[in-house]
Design a protein around this ligand. Sequence first.
Ligand SMILES: Nc1ncnc2c1ncn2[C@@H]1O[C@H](COP(=O)(O)OP(=O)(O)OP(=O)(O)O)[C@@H](O)[C@H]1O
Ligand SMILES: [Mg+2]
Length: 259
Amino acid sequence: MEQQSWTELPNGVRSAVESVTGPVLETEDITTWHGSTAFVAVLTTGTGKVFVKGAPSTDTEAAEQRRRETLVAPLVTRFAAPLIAHVAEDGWILLLFGHVKGGNADLSPGSIDLGYLAATLRDVQQVRPPHGFALPPLADQWTEYLTGDQRSLLSGNHLVHNDLVPSNVMLRQAGYTRQVVLVDWGRAVLGPAWAEYAGLYMWLLFSGHTPEAARAWLGQFPAWRMASRAGIRAYVAGATAECANSPEHAARWATLLDQ
Ligand SMILES: Nc1ncnc2c1ncn2[C@@H]1O[C@H](COP(=O)(O)OP(=O)(O)OP(=O)(O)O)[C@@H](O)[C@H]1O
Ligand SMILES: [Mg+2]
């Protein structure tokens, strides 16, 4: 769906947002990586800025993403933007988040952001979703590509962000240090802790790491070192099948299995 700006939203949606934020004084549309969310903007109000994202409720994929973001929000307060409100009005579903003043992470070799990200990922691993937590298992996203045995190798009870593209990793100044804020939990799943690092591998390559350097970086995480080879192979099979139309992408995934 084409991206919309604030004034294009139905009146009822805008009033519902303003009933939370107060009058909107300025708006800035945000261009996103996937470009799949109909409305993404930073709104300036009398009391500061708010980040808003959403889509018509008929967009079932977007609705599922908002559901996961809402569900996960209370578990990730230490390292995510705070969820301020959920607005469902006039056929739209929007989430309002506290605005993160900062930029996207630089994950290129030697960047200091990598160290901050590593610390935050260790923190993510400490989250223990309650029994019956309604996130889908990682393996569900590859049901059509993987056998039952492969899927069972991807089972686990850890919270996995599952979309650590650098645009979803933000950094803000916190006193004298910098702090990672992981945004966009819309693709979050339950899985083994190591799956987060497997997913990050591709973004390390995209950010300029050689496969050797990226694998060495992942080696700092005990959960990654303990992952079974069969499990990683199943992950690579799923990720590769998903990008079957891009042989280049598939070739990159294959290097995760090199020694
Ligand atoms: N709370 C926030 N404060 C400020 N900027 C934010 C906030 N959350 C996200 N952003 C910025 O806006 C961009 C888009 O947000 P987000 O990723 O949540 O939207 P999305 O529609 O899911 O994007 P995509 O289609 O790329 O997955 C992010 O890449 C990030 O740079
Ligand atoms: Mg995003």
